[in-house]
Design a protein. Structure first.
Length: 270
């Protein structure tokens, strides 16, 4: 019995969903909703509600209008859909154009950021090569001075030059001892960066600095990097390894700072 009722309900649903029968039922409900509502949910006696339904409806409202109106509505419905689609065509096209423009803007921004990052990497590599060349020239000059002193037979001058080199190396090693990782990162940044007048903000906002700092700063955050980065700069200024113009924020390595940089620099920034 249950299967029979289920089949009947499914058949009724399929009929209702058909264009014509569904439209006829829709018009019937629109025209007769008041007497139907009173018949189903009225608080008076059933016979009274039936009598009211008979009085409020006629064969025109029960049959003619629903059938004619349903057929007309079913025929007109595709055209109404077409009109609606035509009206919505322009705003839909504008919406698609807007989405496309936003996507293009995001891609352009990503490409620009990538280009800036590659440019920064290229400048850092160039600066590193320049520093390596300067260090090689310094070592060559020191070796040539020792060689000339040896050729002249001035053992005293040779010993003085050798002692100066040893003292310079010892002083550099002493300065390196006790440097924190963040202080080393500051020195490495200032030695590698290819900017005429780097500022504190350039160091704190550099993406490569942030990546390196995340490796050793516990519970890293940009705010913590700002605080600890400024503290590291203060210490390096006290050690006479870094200069810091408090007016415009310009920072740079001292001569002694460059000597320390030659020994503490990281691997190439790539």
């Amino acid at each position: 019995m249950g299967d029979v009722l289920k089949d009947l309900m499914d058949a009724a649903n399929n009929r209702i969903r058909s264009p014509f029968l569904g439209s006829i039922l829709f018009v019937f409900l629109v025209v007769n909703w008041r007497p139907l509502f009173n018949l189903l949910f009225g608080e008076t006696e059933v016979l009274v509600r039936l009598a009211h339904f008979d009085n409020a409806t006629t064969w025109v409202t029960l049959y003619l209008v629903p059938i004619v109106g349903g057929i007309f509505f079913a025929i007109l419905s595709p055209w109404l859909n077409l009109v609606g689609a035509w009206v919505a065509k322009r705003p839909l096209a504008l919406h698609r154009d807007l989405q496309h423009s936003e996507e293009v803007a995001r891609q352009v921004f990503a490409f620009e950021q990538s280009a800036k990052l590659e440019e920064a990497k290229a400048k850092l590599i160039e600066a590193k090569a320049k520093r390596e060349e300067e260090e090689q020239n310094r070592q060559i000059e020191a070796a040539e001075r020792l060689k000339r002193a040896a050729e002249t037979g001035d053992e005293e001058l040779e010993e003085v030059l050798r002692t100066q080199n040893e003292n310079r190396n010892a002083d550099t090693q002493q300065a390196i001892v006790g440097l924190s990782k963040l202080e080393r990162l500051v020195i490495d940044f200032l030695g590698e960066i290819n900017l005429d007048n780097p500022k504190v903000k350039d160091f704190l906002d550099n993406s490569l600095v942030k990546d390196r700092a995340k490796e050793f700063i516990l519970n890293y955050s940009k705010r913590r990097l700002d605080v600890e980065g400024v503290a590291a700069l203060e210490k390096l200024v006290g050690k006479k390894l870094v200069t810091w113009d408090r007016v415009d924020g310009t920072i740079g390595l001292t001569a002694r700072g460059y000597e320390v940089f030659d020994d503490v620099r990281y691997e190439p920034w790539d």
